[in-house]
Ligand binder design. Sequence first.
Ligand SMILES: Cc1cc2nc3c(=O)[nH]c(=O)nc-3n(C[C@H](O)[C@H](O)[C@H](O)COP(=O)(O)OP(=O)(O)OC[C@H]3O[C@@H](n4cnc5c(N)ncnc54)[C@H](O)[C@@H]3O)c2cc1C
Length: 316
Amino acid sequence: MEKIGLFIEFKDEEIKPAAFGMITGARKEGRDLCALVVNRNPAECKTALGEYGVDRIIGITAAAGDWHPDLWADALVQAMAAFGIQTLLGVASPQGRDILPRVAAQLDAPLLMDCLEVDLETHVARTTRYSGKTVAAVRLTGAHRIYGVRANAVPAVPSPSEPSVETFTPAEAELPEMTVLETTPGRGEAVDLAEADVILSGGRGMKNGENFKILFDCARTMNAAVGASRVAVDEGWVPYAMQVGQTGTKVNPKVYIACGISGSIQHFAGMKSSDIIIAINPDPNAAIISKSDYYAVMDLFEVIPRLTKRLEEDRR
Ligand SMILES: Cc1cc2nc3c(=O)[nH]c(=O)nc-3n(C[C@H](O)[C@H](O)[C@H](O)COP(=O)(O)OP(=O)(O)OC[C@H]3O[C@@H](n4cnc5c(N)ncnc54)[C@H](O)[C@@H]3O)c2cc1C
């Protein structure tokens, strides 16, 4: 039975919801789905991961505590060898982008990031190219294959199982040249951008960083994440972690609300697969207007506070 490794990410003490979509996409009769959890109690993950049909949970004890991409990658590689896992899937999140290439490099294995779909029979995966204008089908060959799947690309569907729980302690790795001094969550990460169902994004039309507060206030009323265009990032108004687009995060929410964003090709490359796109922009000729499902040709400073007030009233 082919063993498929699934690198599971956590936020605070919880498994990140994107993991469940990844498991759903990998699930098929005759496969042995191995959830790999690093420096966590694997037994505590049994209910959540069992709900989505994994076959075993492997708790890996890596030398580094909270996070060290090199040491964690080394621990994953050793666990893959010990359990006979040749295919590894992770989410193409910031942590996935940090660790999956390191695993691939150690194994000299092909890596495909940002996969919309992975066929684990043929090892053909689909991913976007040319700023999302085309979708390429890419076949990975070799003894090992590593895939980073786009968060929310496959909706999570429960399929309860009774996973076994195992543990693995890797041999001590050589001390890497890099030391992680501190990991601090960035602003706007209350809800993970890549995994959010609803995203409110601000662009040059926000005019400055302080004004992003109205987006954060509004986002809180609907458990949304806050994103930004590259202009807002380049101006120093918000951190890079919030950038959506070709050179930022690629998102897949149910609803994407673009506020003061013109709709450049590069921005669109990161959010065009959103189920519903809503634009707020006073310029009726802005490209985003014709690319949206709904739009308000209005000033965002008028719309957003009113929307926040209305949503707060609805929640009472
Ligand atoms: C190689 C490359 C990679 C890039 N990667 C990215 C990327 O990943 N992500 C990205 O976003 N960009 C990226 N860019 C930049 C991109 O080309 C655009 O410059 C950028 O997306 C524009 O940002 P914007 O829409 O915020 O600003 P603008 O294009 O200046 O648009 C601002 C909009 O705000 C509207 N506005 C003004 N006032 C208000 C108001 N009060 N209420 C509502 N609306 C208002 C205006 O009508 C206007 O349409 C990249 C560019 C290059 C060359």
